[in-house]
Design a protein around this ligand. Structure first.
Ligand code: FAD
Ligand code: 2HG
Ligand code: ZN
Length: 478
């Protein structure tokens, strides 16, 4: 990125204010507090912003992007700022403006006949879930930050979450996109088609690109029939090998009805219980591993419960699990989900951690975990691994909290060494170092280590073709 010659911030801000209104161009020089936008959710990354721009529609996004392109100002697209990799905040370098999509929050259409919704990028995920439910439909993407993350951010990160097992990740849910390109051109790919083989599928470029190729302003996404019945179960077992066998057996028995399969170590459950007093212990005994399972369908609760119970009993007899409880009510089911969703918060309250968002072929996960835990403890005595995640998708959060008595900042200094140990082993098993959170700033240098030169070169060529000035979210991904 080339910094503009004789750049005049005041003149730039005045131009931006003339384009979208003074109230929607926030800047530190006039006393606006930008910290909620310049610092990431984990408090790990922070960068200075020339301004926080809050356009009202795609036309205003285009005007701002054209201004930025003409003046050499970089744009950092930002949704709910809940990302885990520092991708939504500025980096050091030339002038960077955060373009916050929150005012583009309308649901433009829900088409129950086509099972689609067309929404602006700044729509909060939970709002879309609720509006889809009001129309008798399900928008299945579900994750702990759903009350504040935005559809545009979900698309830009190709978010995963807890329903991928049945419905896929965000990429599988997107049918159409509208994107403002780095030169301000608007690309209208907003089609609600399930089949369309007319050349390159351009929308795929922007899904998971973390805002480095353009700004998503709207999307058409898939909806599904709203399930009437839902059953949640919580199981305990001694080994991950049992959990993997349980997954296979439950899928074989319940098929499409099986929607979630979340793994939690005993330590993860205890951590949540210690930071969220009142969290019930779902099972009587303590188990090294737990699994939270969910099944849904369009029939009755009783029938689904019976099917789940029968499947679980067979698994108990086969030794895939050692204890299990079925939620007896919606509230009990929600409490089990809260236990799972609070792990991130509990780790944050515990003083932060070194996060890993790995994926592996599911069949290799037991061997990976069994080998990695002792190796980790040998290399970093006292380290506290908090292992959990979306086992049904082969995606684990192999997070490592600091040994007792080690300050969070000191532990963060071990990041590269801990990452190398874990990610080298993942690469040896042909896994991924980022299953669902993305690369951002956090894993940029690591991606360069684990991708092949040919993969990186094709990525660079795509970036160069779409963003030759390098102004779209610089310092992220590549
Ligand atoms: P932001 O954080 O604002 O931005 C993320 C990236 O997208 C940045 O690169 C940004 O530039 C880009 N971006 C944002 N909006 C646009 C746009 N309109 N156009 C172009 N680029 C854009 N993630 C999961 O995948 N699965 C989980 O289970 C999960 N659980 C979470 C639980 C908690 C408690 C928290 C805090 C986070 C969790 N996340 C999870 C991470 C995060 O919520 C997701 O990555 C989410 O998709 C980010 O959405 P956002 O709107 O907050 O995006
Ligand atoms: C989850 O699965 C999220 O809960 C967050 O992806 C994971 O905090 C984390 O590391
Ligand atoms: Zn996750």
């Amino acid at each position: 990125m080339v910094p503009p010659v004789r750049f005049n911030p005041q003149a730039w801000l005045a131009e931006a204010r003339a384009l979208i209104g003074a109230a929607h161009v926030l800047s530190a020089d006039r006393g606006d507090d930008l910290s909620a936008c310049t610092r990431d959710w984990r408090n790990k990354f922070e960068g200075p912003a020339l301004a926080v721009l809050r356009p009202a529609d795609a036309g205003e996004v285009q005007s701002l992007v054209r201004l930025a392109a003409r003046t050499g100002v970089a744009i950092v697209p930002q949704g709910g700022n809940t990302g885990m990799c520092g991708a939504s905040v500025p980096t050091a370098g030339g002038p960077q403006a955060i373009l916050q999509l929150g005012r583009l929050d309308r649901i433009l259409e829900i088409d129950p006949g086509n099972n689609t919704a067309t929404v602006e990028a700044g729509c909060i995920l939970q709002t879309l879930q609720e509006q889809a439910a009001a129309a008798g439909r399900l928008f299945p993407l579900s994750l702990g930050a759903e009350g504040s993350c935005q559809i545009g951010g979900n698309i830009a990160t190709n978010a995963g979450g807890v329903q991928v097992l049945r419905y896929g990740n965000m990429r599988d849910l997107v049918l159409g996109l509208e994107v403002v390109l780095p030169d301000g051109e608007r690309l209208d790919l907003l089609r609600g088609l399930r089949k369309d083989n007319t050349g390159y599928d351009l929308k795929q470029l922007f899904i998971g690109a973390e805002g480095t190729l353009g700004i998503i302003t709207a999307a058409t996404v898939k909806l599904f029939p709203a399930p009437g019945a839902e059953v949640v179960a919580f199981a305990g077992m001694s080994s991950i090998g049992q959990a993997v066998r349980l997954l296979g057996a439950m899928r074989a028995r319940l098929g499409e009805r099986f929607t979630a399969f979340e793994l939690m170590s005993g330590e993860a459950v205890e951590l949540v219980r210690s930071h969220f007093p009142g969290t019930p212990a779902p099972l009587e005994g303590r188990w090294p591993w737990h699994v939270l399972m969910e099944a849904t369908d369009g029939g009755s609760d009783e029938a689904l419960r019976e099917a789940m119970q029968a499947a679980l009993m067979a698994c108990l007899e086969d030794g895939c699990l050692e204890d299990v409880v079925l939620a007896g009510s919606l509230a009990q089911g929600q409490a089990l989900w809260a236990l799972r969703e609070n792990i991130t918060h509990a780790q944050q309250m515990d003083g932060g951690n070194i996060k890993h968002d790995i994926s592996l072929p599911i069949s290799r996960i037991p061997a990976f975990v069994e080998q990695m835990l002792p190796r980790l403890l040998q290399a970093f005595p006292g380290a506290r691994p908090i292992v959990y995640g979306h086992l049904g998708d082969g995606n684990l959060h192999f997070n490592v909290s600091a040994p007792a008595g080690i300050a969070p900042a000191a532990w963060q200094r071990e990041t590269d060494a801990v990452n190398q140990l874990i990610h080298d082993a993942v690469a040896e098993m042909r896994g991924s170092i980022s299953a669902e959170h993305g690369i951002g700033q956090l894993k940029r240098h690591e991606m360069a280590l684990y991708k092949t030169p040919a993969e990186l070169e094709v990525m660079r060529r795509i970036k160069q073709a779409l963003d030759p000035q390098g102004l779209m979210n610089p310092g992220k991904v590549l």
